[in-house]
Design a binder for this molecule. Sequence first.
Ligand SMILES: [Cu+2]
Length: 233
Amino acid sequence: MRFSSSVLALVAVKTIHAATHNVAVGQDGLAYTPNTTYANIGDTVIFSFYPINHNVAQGPFETPCQDGNGNGISSGFISSSEGVANRTFQITINDIKPIWFYCSEKVGGGHCSKGMVGVINPPQGDNQTLAHYAASASNVSTTSYSEPKQVQLGVVVENSAGNNTSVTSASSGSATPSATAGSGSSDGSSSYGGSTTSMSSGAGTKKTNGASYIDARRWGVGAVAGGLALALL
Ligand SMILES: [Cu+2]
């Protein structure tokens, strides 16, 4: 009994000390910054997206720019016209296996081929390095890229710090911009026109694609729940 309780204690400590790692996507050109992350089980990795259009897709080391069986993490495309996007992609590390990932945007010769690759927990003492992965990727034609999946093995979360706003970003609070954004005139709720300090939170609500927005909200609920769970720990 004594033994098992100390195991439990260890587990608890490990949970409490779960860390958060941040990765900027496209902030420094066609790159993830940092491109290598060392994360423990239970840690969270948060990807923040910069212009113009990127994603994070996992695939086997042997076949860069391709998602293999398609069962790995996938952020779906997240775009920003300026500054950090108003959505992030977040994953929780469930084991310490390497996670090789890339951007499957094909514009400009293909981001993956241009070096937009990264890894979480690269193998140690192994010749599978990120440099090798990138070198192989540079030879992959965009016609061979896997089509990006939708969100998988992670959540897309509203990023209130995001400023992906177009002309008239409303101040209406990030949580419920919703369908009205597209349909226009009717309710006039969140007064644009007038006023003042356009916004406190800076939570821009992107109006262009309602579909993925709703999706983001849906995932956001899970994230909030996850956050609560963390807080309870
Ligand atoms: Cu990209």
